[in-house]
Design a protein around this ligand. Structure first.
Ligand code: IMP
Length: 179
């Protein structure tokens, strides 16, 4: 891997294909074991998680479904502040074993607002599978059941993750080069 430029910034190699693959392999094995016979429903959050979701789902060998949603935030009332809603969730999750697929947890704000809404629909269980977590950036703790990699608090791109919309097509993960 060599340095890449995305828009106005330079990024250095961080996680190569072999490491990503082995992380996914490990997580998939755990899920296949934990959810055998439970017919889980994976809900992948677009856009960032599309590559991770595809590679992970290929390694799921038990009966499972997957669907894709987008999260949108809008301004609520003074007391509710920013409200996050799911677009495209057309599956009934009541009594289902739900596994949310997310690319990265940074401050944790997005998921800590969204997960209670899902719990409201009374799934049989609700767990998170996350490729990357920046523990040092946590402001809103979320409980990650299956984690690929804990990473330092640095901006990353590639493998579905973007910088201002670009860089998602890089097959491996790069981090911002600080000069
Ligand atoms: P949080 O709500 O702060 O946890 O942010 C989660 C969202 O921020 C992710 O789903 C990403 O879309 C975006 N994000 C956070 N850190 C990065 C990064 O290093 N690279 C690309 N996107 C990021």
């Amino acid at each position: 891997m060599v340095k890449v430029q995305v828009l106005d910034k330079v990024f250095e190699p961080y996680l190569d294909a072999a490491r990503i693959e082995s992380g996914i392999h490990r997580i998939a094995a755990e899920i296949n074991r934990d959810y055998a016979g439970k017919k889980p429903l994976f809900i992948a959050i677009l856009n960032g998680s599309f590559m991770f979701a595809a590679d992970l789902f290929k390694e799921i060998s038990i009966d499972a479904e997957i669907c894709f949603i987008k999260l949108a935030s809008y301004k609520g009332t003074k007391s509710t502040g920013q409200v996050i809603t799911a677009i495209g969730l057309d599956m009934d999750i009541h009594n289902r074993h739900v596994i949310i697929i997310e690319d990265i947890v940074d401050t944790g704000k997005t998921l800590s607002q969204f997960l209670p809404q899902l719990k409201h629909q009374q799934p049989a269980s609700l767990e998170l599978v996350v490729l990357l977590h920046k523990p040092d950036a946590t402001e809103f703790p979320v409980d990650i059941r299956y984690l690929g990699f804990s990473i330092p608090n640095k901006f990353v791109v590639g493998y579905g993750l973007d910088y201002d919309g670009f860089g998602r097509n890089l097959p491996e993960i790069y981090r911002l080069l600080e000069e």
